[in-house]
Design a protein around this ligand. Structure first.
Ligand code: KG4
Ligand code: ZN
Length: 343
């Protein structure tokens, strides 16, 4: 089946054409337009600006993705939430209109589930896909969840953050350190600048807390880390570049240690065959490498993480979700749901 997928939950407008391939999904094209740079001067996303950019970009992006291929498309998929209402409306209404005009089935996709289904994107028929049961770690700007997946549709939320999402924590910490939005990639760059000598000299000076680290629970908490950085910055008065980078490194270490500890606790509890990471924060190099090592150290458990371009918001993952776990819906019944939680 060949599907046109649309994604417009936040500040990315995206469309992709995908088709099934073996047990996974092959991406025929994936187009993403982002308004992230327009939000930089505000230090975060401005919903009204994001929605207006969605309206400007949606038709060019869909047109580029569909190309001359319209007649071979057999269905239309769209993220219906969670996300920003104004942004969601643009993608959902466009998908409904196309489904109706082309007389093709419409598939509704939960955006967070779509992040996880990015792990079913394959190069060819021989690429391995995740096996069940699986533990999913979803880390994005709005979510930090651990889910137990029995199959493609039966998922159980088993843990996650009690306060800030991990991407939100990266963004807030970066802001406190004077780094631009979005903070995750900026903190990663700062980490790369920290030398061994800097770690030895300053590392222990700025030890940050690891909230809930030793508790026998899958709960996580990141807001205390942000408060700790704020306190250090206030005490120091001004932060030079080296101190800023060392603080970013210590923050990143703390977050990654918490995520790995809780994911491995879920592995111990649920004995999955695969661990899947997904979401914008899954682009973090240190997190990818360290979690892979921890998971594969267990033996028979396989680690999956999407290619970098499919970690942040994109439509390829929405198409993958519609093919692997299709949920067909009548256009008249599909409405955006900014705060949907169930996958
Ligand atoms: O999944 P996503 O693109 O959008 C949401 O659905 O929220 O995630 C965006 C989040 C932002 O908070 C951004 O700072 C974070 O992902 N992020 C990163 C990295 N790249 C993006 N966080 C840590 N390290 C990165 N390399
Ligand atoms: Zn997302």
């Amino acid at each position: 089946m060949k599907v046109l997928a649309i994604e417009s939950t936040c500040d990315e407008t995206a469309a992709a054409v995908v088709e099934n391939c073996g047990e996974g999904v092959k991406i025929l094209n994936s187009v993403v337009a982002s308004s992230v740079l327009m939000h930089q001067k505000y230090g975060g996303i401005v919903p009204e600006v994001a929605a207006r950019e969605q309206i400007k970009s949606i038709i060019p992006v869909i047109t580029e993705s569909v190309g001359e291929d319209k007649d071979s498309i057999q269905g239309v998929a769209v993220s219906f939430g969670p996300g920003l209402m104004g942004s969601l409306l643009v993608g959902v209404e466009s998908a409904k209109a196309l489904s109706w005009a082309w007389k093709k089935p419409l598939y509704s996709v939960n955006h967070m589930a779509a992040h996880v289904f990015a792990n079913w994107i394959v190069e060819d028929k021989n690429t391995e896909v995740p096996m069940f049961p699986a533990v999913g770690l979803v880390v994005s700007g709005g979510h930090t969840d651990l889910v137990l997946m029995k199959n493609t549709k039966e998922w159980e939320w088993v843990g996650g953050t009690r306060d800030d999402a991990v991407g939100e924590a990266f963004d807030k910490a970066a802001r406190l350190l004077g780094l631009p939005y979005p903070g995750g990639p900026e903190i990663s760059k700062a980490v790369e600048r920290v030398t061994v000598q800097m770690k030895e000299r300053f590392g222990s000076k700025f030890k940050l807390p690891r909230p809930l680290f030793n508790e026998d629970s899958l709960d996580m908490s990141f807001s205390g880390l942000k408060a700790a950085i704020s306190k250090i910055v206030t005490t120091l008065g001004s932060v030079d570049e080296k101190t800023r980078d060392v603080l970013a490194w210590e923050f990143s270490e703390a977050v990654i240690e918490i995520l790995i500890k809780k994911t491995m606790l879920a592995v111990e509890r649920y004995k999955p065959k695969s661990v899947l990471m997904a979401g914008g924060v899954a682009a973090n190099k240190q997190l990818r490498e360290n979690l892979k090592m921890a998971v594969e150290g267990v033996g028979e458990v396989k680690f999956f993480c999407p290619e970098l371009r499919y970690c942040g918001d994109n439509a390829a993952m929405v198409g993958a979700a519609a093919i692997i776990a299709p949920r067909e819906v009548k256009p008249v019944n599909l409405k955006p749901d900014p705060s949907v939680t169930t996958v």
